[in-house]
Design a binder for this molecule. Structure first.
Ligand code: GLN
Ligand code: ZN
Length: 769
């Protein structure tokens, strides 16, 4: 059994029209039963296989991945291994398996049973569910789902390749459960999960799988709690067992997202696995090592993480280079699953045709793989037309108007180190104290207020032209004025306008800046049933006109208190868009930084005294390789400073970070040099405050006292205890009282109650200190 000449490591699961979202959400709402849901997703899988075959992947050669997931691939592995935390044990069925109800309950929680924690998948904006493992976790094959899907495909006339998170990555991404002993390491349970993988392999073979893909992206990361050497050793142990399993399909180990560590590369080459898939966009051609002669090498030359058509001829050259390694076969592949890109450029009718010709969404990437595979089989001549067409598109992209704008380039070229530096901090503090007259422990919120159905309806009606600009303006003004009144009632100190005019914190700006395009159907799964529509950052970024000033000015006109100006920072704008790949990110970030700098100057001139620049993605983009991190932090922090350093001493700059992993990027957060930083803290009841204290964080800081991720209303006591913890640990002058994050996903009932408690808690602590 050979391997096909080309394959993709995975395909979007959500459906071209987000069918999966609709199907699971209707099931959660109790409108459809499990059977109806299963039937819908089976037809979705059928359509996916048919589409991939239509695009040119083979029906019966294992080139079509079976990569469907109801919610998340790590959760699927946890369910299959029987490794759900004991709080979900009651959902195990009589025959010992976990069904759909267990899967969804683990993902979403149920009353007091907290869901699995969610966290970012490597350096992407996709979130996986974190398995909880301890000494007593019992691993046993607890779902037939993977094998069933192989059989389903077989019945449909397809031999597909099931895609499953591999044992090393599964454990490396898991966390120790609350019941685990201090210092317990999930990877120590490797031997115990392997038995279940062996059983699973046999079941897959039995169902008709000829190849299985085990995803092991942990082997590229230097940002996990295990060293590359530890991970490589675990890989050696794991694949020794799996390769020697008596009854198994051929095994492809896939390690995308960056360069496979040299240690793991040697181990895998020497192992008995049948194929290795590597990332050649974020990694380079590895060294020849012993053991490759009986392996298939899938060269990840088509980027699974961006939407550019790219340099197809260069991709083919790279595949030819791989042949020098002496593997049994070289195949064309994507760097990662295509789950990180939208389905199909053909679904975009509003994009400029010239831009369209530079793009490749999932379906176009499949076609590129089919082309490269044909080239590997029939020689370069056979595909030279396609290679040349891609090269021509790339050349066209380089010279198209808007891609390089002289005025923008002149500005970034003229930047001077002074442009990145604010005034002396002591003088700033004094100027702000005098100008702002804030109480100790000022209360504020992170920016957005609930995005009600009414707001969404008005926005949609405006987009469809059913209400005109003037009517929409009036609607938004009424909304802002309502939110300001509410904050007055609640006696909050520093107000916000509520962000009712924003569909999304990045897209709103992408629509107003030059250099961006937005899609109609370019949905990408963010987590579970949630998808986002990243903007396309294709050209030089500049700001044709002010973007937020009108709303900020209006909001400020309604209050004697300060209303914060509210912007999304350059790093987050880049992180949550598909960014041009023809120049360093640093250059693009500085362009965005300058556009924001102009906006901030306009806000300042309009009398806005406090301006918040959100950077929730600062941590997310941190490279997986330690050697790349310093350069990243340099440009990312630099672009934020470029945006914010132009203000007067008396203008207070805030920033907001969504996560609580303060310690990991503490130096960077400090270097942002924002006067005030708000950060998530409530879920851990303020644990991050210790890190802030230990770091001697010199700036103002607002550890969140209300976990806004659920509708639960935190009591006065609860919020007070976090605030008191901050007051005990940090200089009082530095502390702010605020929720963990924006309130856009919350309802008004819980918002009003929670904020009332927040203000009461703050007043209590003020009296005590
Ligand atoms: N200002 C934004 C809001 O409140 C911040 C959102 C975020 O951090 N993701 O919605
Ligand atoms: Zn946030």
């Amino acid at each position: 059994m050979t391997f096909p000449a080309g394959t993709i490591l995975g395909y979007p699961r959500i459906g071209r029209q987000r069918e999966l979202k609709r199907a699971v959400e209707s099931h959660w709402a109790g409108k459809t039963d499990a059977d109806a849901l299963e039937a819908t997703v089976a037809s979705l899988r059928e359509a996916t296989r048919a589409r991939l075959a239509e695009l040119g992947l083979g029906r019966a050669d294992s080139s079509i991945p079976e990569s469907f997931s109801f919610y998340d691939q790590v959760l699927d592995a946890a369910v299959t291994l029987g490794a759900l935390p004991t709080r979900f044990s009651h959902l195990r069925r009589e025959d010992g398996t976990f069904g759909l109800d267990a899967l969804f309950t683990a993902a979403r929680g149920d009353g007091d049973r907290a869901p699995l924690e969610m966290t970012k998948w490597f350096d992407t904006n996709y979130h996986y569910l974190v398995p909880e493992i301890d000494e007593n976790t019992v691993f046993s094959l607890s779902s037939t789902r993977f094998a069933d899907q192989v059989a389903e495909a077989r019945a449909d006339g397809f031999v597909t390749r099931p895609v499953i998170v591999g044992p090393v990555t599964f454990l490396a991404l898991a966390k120790a459960s609350d019941e685990a002993a201090e210092g317990f390491s999930p990877l120590s349970r490797l031997a115990d999960v392997l038995g279940v993988y062996v059983e699973l392999l046999a079941a897959l073979k039995d169902a008709g799988a000829e190849w299985v893909q085990l995803d092991e992206p942990a082997l590229v990361s230097e940002s996990l709690p295990y060293s590359p050497a530890e991970l490589a050793e675990a890989t050696r142990v794991a694949y020794d067992v799996l390769a020697n399993a008596a009854d198994r399909p051929q095994i492809l180990v896939a390690a995308g997202y960056a360069q496979l560590s040299p240690e793991a590369w040697s181990v895998l080459a020497a192992s008995g696995v049948d194929g290795i898939a590597i990332d050649l966009r974020r990694g380079s051609v590895p060294a020849a090592v012993p053991g490759l002669d009986n392996k298939v090498l899938v060269g990840g030359v088509i980027d699974g993480r961006n939407i550019w058509r790219g340099d197809l001829a260069g991709a083919f050259d790279t595949l030819e280079e791989l042949r020098a390694l002496g593997t049994a076969q070289v195949a064309a592949g994507t760097t990662t699953s295509l789950q990180h890109v939208p389905h199909d450029v053909a679904d975009e009718t509003q994009l400029h045709p010239r831009l369209v010709s530079w793009l490749a969404f999932a379906d176009q990437k499949v076609a590129q793989i089919v082309t490269l595979a044909a080239g590997l089989v029939d020689g370069r001549e056979a595909i030279v037309g396609e290679l040349d067409a891609a090269t021509a598109a790339l050349a066209d992209r380089a010279v198209a108007p808007g891609v390089r704008v002289d005025a923008v380039r002149a500005r970034t070229a003229a930047l001077h180190t002074d442009d990145f530096v604010r005034g002396n901090e002591e003088e700033r503090v004094a100027a702000q104290d005098a100008a702002l007259a804030l109480p100790v422990l000022p209360t504020t919120t992170i920016g957005s207020f609930p995005q009600t159905g009414e707001i969404r309806k008005a926005r949609a009606a405006h987009a469809r032209g059913e209400i005109d600009d003037a009517a929409y303006d009036e609607f938004l003004k009424a909304e802002i004025s309502r939110v300001i009144d509410l904050q007055h009632d609640l006696d909050i100190d520093v107000l916000v306008h509520g962000e009712a005019e924003r569909n999304d914190m990045v897209q709103y700006f992408a629509e107003l800046l030059d250099g961006f395009a937005v899609t109609q159907n370019g949905w990408v799964q963010s987590y579970g049933s949630r998808a986002t529509r990243p903007s396309l950052l294709w050209g030089d970024v500049s700001r044709p006109a002010p973007m937020t000033v009108r709303w900020a000015e209006y909001a400020q006109s309604l209050s004697e208190k300060h209303v914060k100006g509210m912007l999304t920072g350059p790093v987050t704008i880049l992180a949550w868009s598909f960014v041009r790949d023809d120049q360093p990110l640093a250059e693009t970030a500085n362009q965005a930084g300058l556009a924001l700098r102009d906006e901030i100057a306009d806000l300042e001139n309009a009398g806005i005294a406090i301006i918040q620049v959100d950077e929730p993605a600062l941590r997310e983009l941190l490279p997986l390789k330690t050697a790349d991190q310093a350069a990243y932090l340099d440009w990312s922090v630099g672009s934020f400073r470029l945006a914010t350093a132009g203000v007067a001493d008396a203008t207070q700059i805030h920033t907001h970070l969504c996560y609580s992993e303060f310690a990991v990027v503490i130096d960077a957060i400090t270097a942002l040099d924002a006067d005030v930083t708000s950060i998530e803290a409530a879920r851990s009841r303020g644990e991050v405050i210790d890190d802030i204290r230990d770091a001697g964080f010199p700036h103002g800081v607002g550890p969140g006292v209300w976990d806004i991720h659920s509708p639960r209303v935190p009591s006065v006591d609860e919020q007070e205890s976090i605030l008191q913890r901050a007051a005990d640990a940090l200089p009082h002058k530095l502390i702010w009282a605020n929720p963990d994050c924006g309130l856009k996903t919350r309802g008004y009932d819980e918002t009003v109650e929670s904020l009332r408690n927040l203000v009461a808690a703050t007043k209590n602590v003020r009296e005590k200190i």
